[in-house]
Each structure stands twice: as C-alpha cells, then as structure tokens.
Design a protein around this ligand. Structure first.
Ligand SMILES: Cc1ncc(COP(=O)(O)O)c(C=O)c1O
Length: 375
C-alpha cells in the first residue's frame, strides 16, 4: 500500500489547496461585520443558482432545514403524506416529520434510487409530495417520477444533498422538481466549514416563503406573518463556499476519474457489483458504493481495514427499521430491495483528496481480498 495513509474523508483538503483565497475571503467577512444574511450570502446564493440553472436560491442552516422548510413553504403539513425512499439518510424522513406530515416509503430499484413503478403504487389519497433522493450523487429517475407527480399535482422536493453538480440529461439535479435541497456539510461534494444548506427553486413565491420561514416568519425584521424558525446560512460559510464553488467541477471530475479507475480494476471480479450507470444520469460520486454478497461484506471490510483501507456503509439500517420510525408501521421485509442493499453495500474512498495511485492501490487491495474471500 501507499506510504501515506488513506483517509476516507479529508474535509480540510480543500482548505489546504485554497487557503490563500479562503483566508482572504474570511478576513474580509470578519472585518465587514454583516455576519448573518450579509452580502456574502446573497452573492453565494446568486452564484449557486446561476451555476445550477435555477431562478432562486435561499441559504439555510442545513440540508435538513432545506428539506423541512421547502415542504412547509409548499403547504405540506399535518394530515399529508410525503413519499420517499427507505435507504436514504435519516434526515430526509425526519424533515417530513418536522413539517408535521407522515413519511410513506417506496422501495428503490437496482440504481438504489426511488423506483417509479413502486412510487406509482405508493401514491394514495393523502399523498401531497414526493422527495426523490439523488443518493450517492446519482440523479433519481426524474422524468419518470415527474410523469407520475405532475398530472396529480404533487409537490416534488428533490433531496440533492449528495448531488451538487450531478446531471440528468444535461439538467442539474435539484432544479427539476418544485424545489431542490442541498447540504453543505463539510464532507459533501461542496462542503462548508460547518453546517449549511440551500434551497433552489424557479418559484419565486416559494423562495420568498422559505426565506420568511427561515427568519422568524418574516418578511421584515419586526413583522412576522407566521411562526418561523431561525435557520440561516451565515456570511462566513457563504464566503468559504463561494471560493469552493469555483472548484466544484474540478473536484467532481477528480471523483469521476477515481470512479473510472475503480470500474476498470474491479470489473474483473464476478460477484462484485459496481454502481449502476443508467443512461443520461450523470453521478457526481458523492460515494462510490459497491455490492458484495451479504455474508462477505463485514469480513471484507475487516480485511481491508487491516490493509489500511477505510470503508463506510451508507446506510446500514433502512429508515423503516430505525427505532425513530417504528411508528410508521413497517417491518423487516417491507422493502426488500433496500434491505438487501443495506446488507451488501460498501462505500470505498472516492473524494478529491485521493491520488490516482492511492485509488489504484485501494482497488487492487479490494480485488485481492474479495478474490481470496471468494475461494
Ligand atoms: C441524502 C441526505 N439528505 C439530507 C441530509 C441532511 O443534510 P444536513 O446534514 O446538512 O442537515 C444529508 C446529509 O447528511 C443527506 O446525505
């Protein structure tokens, strides 16, 4: 293996590359003093909206809040059902509960994103919204999903928290539904130096409602139309994110290159499944997730760790089997595709801090250990 250790994540890598620009941007904001909703936030909102191709952007405190506030602003609340996937990060389902609605789950297909056929079956009389999750950076099947939701007047909030810059037939993930929610958690493809989030939408009234909800119900300092929250992106985070936004495409390319190396080396292993590449849907590889037979998964991870290769599981327990969601009434067996995946998936290190030769070494180690375990 390499002389220097492989780290699964290295959130400070971007800072080390860009420290002069980031230091200057942060110092400027420290001196300006408009720390909350300052000019830097407006600039970043405009730059992010332009890069993604959306009309409006609203900075909020986290990806979870981006989902929650977008749902509320769209009028989703008690008595409503919101459909999402069972294999997402827990925050997606929690945002639905925060809005006062009930999460309803529909299983995923082999891409591990929402299966349109199962979504069609899950839509019922109380369904008001759908949250497709662009999991691991791969856009969900948006055309098929929108073909189901539009005729029924359902709201679509895309969970693009893992998909900054991902494209579906050339269109940016997060700009295809009524709104798209992004997280700037430090390990995301575009990461802040703390928490942060953003909603993109072409609907100006929706953007205004989210902006009001995120600041005590707005619209102005001493005028509060409704009960709101304190959920704002701050100027320091926005200043750092503005610098890093200029590098998003470069770092997404580095992830794509790393994914290609993995694909080439691991293609020769029968029984090891690589991430699907559905036509027209371009992943930004927030994670590179392989699948191996369930009994081999944990032994393989242990062997890899011994060889200096850290791995993760995104996510070991589907939403419906988490204690927090026991009240939804699902049980083991409710979502067989998501449950099978949870037992088989391994996330390999993929981010931009890793060199070509490190990825080659990881891929060869995975291949070697997988073949040894298969014998
Ligand atoms: C798919 C998904 N949805 C929602 C979130 C929530 O984002 P945040 O951690 O910024 O609240 C995350 C991030 O962790 C995520 O990966």
């Amino acid at each position: 293996m390499n002389d220097f250790p492989i780290r699964f994540n290295d959130p400070a890598f971007d800072y080390h590359v860009l420290h002069q620009e980031i230091d200057a941007a942060v110092q400027q904001e420290l001196a300006r003093g408009d720390y909350i909703r300052g000019a830097a936030v407006g600039r970043f909102e405009a730059a992010f909206a332009e890069k993604m191709g959306a009309r409006c952007a609203v900075g909020v405190a986290s990806g979870t809040d981006a989902l929650h506030l977008a749902l509320r602003a769209a009028g989703i609340g008690p008595g409503d059902e919101v459909i999402t996937a069972p294999n997402t990060f827990t925050a997606t389902a929690m945002a639905i509960v925060h809005a006062g609605a009930r999460p309803v789950l529909a299983d995923v297909d082999e891409t591990l994103t929402l299966d349109p056929a199962r979504l069609a079956v899950a839509i019922g009389p109380r369904t008001r919204a759908v949250i497709p999750v662009h999991l691991y950076g791969l856009p969900a099947a948006m055309d098929e999903i929108l073909a189901l939701t539009r005729p029924r007047g359902l709201v679509v909030i895309e969970d693009a928290c893992q998909a900054h810059g991902a494209r579906d037939r050339g269109r940016a993930a997060g700009t295809l539904g009524n709104a798209g929610a992004f997280s700037f958690y430090p390990t995301k493809n575009l990461g802040a130096v703390g928490d942060g989030g953003m909603v993109l939408t072409d609907d100006e009234a929706l953007a205004q409602a989210i902006r009001a909800l995120a600041s005590y119900g707005g619209p102005h300092r001493d005028e509060h139309e409704r009960v709101g929250f304190n959920s704002r992106l701050d100027s320091l985070q926005a200043a750092v994110l503005s610098v890093k936004l200029g590098w998003l495409a470069v770092w997404n390319q580095a992830r794509a290159r790393n994914a290609e190396i993995y694909r080439k080396i691991l293609a020769s292993a029968p029984g090891l499944r690589l991430p699907p590449q559905p036509a027209g849907r371009e992943s930004v590889y927030h994670q590179f997730v392989i699948r191996v037979p369930a009994p081999m998964r944990d032994p393989l991870r242990q062997r890899l760790l011994k060889q200096g290769v850290p791995t993760m599981i995104h996510y070991p327990t589907p939403i419906h089997l988490q204690p927090a969601f026991a009240g939804l009434g699902y049980s083991a067996g409710s979502f067989p595709v998501a449950e099978a995946a949870a037992a088989e998936i391994i996330s390999l290190p993929i981010a931009q801090h890793l060199t070509w030769s490190q990825i080659e070494d990881v891929a060869k180690t995975v291949l070697g250990e997988f073949n040894r375990l298969s014998c």
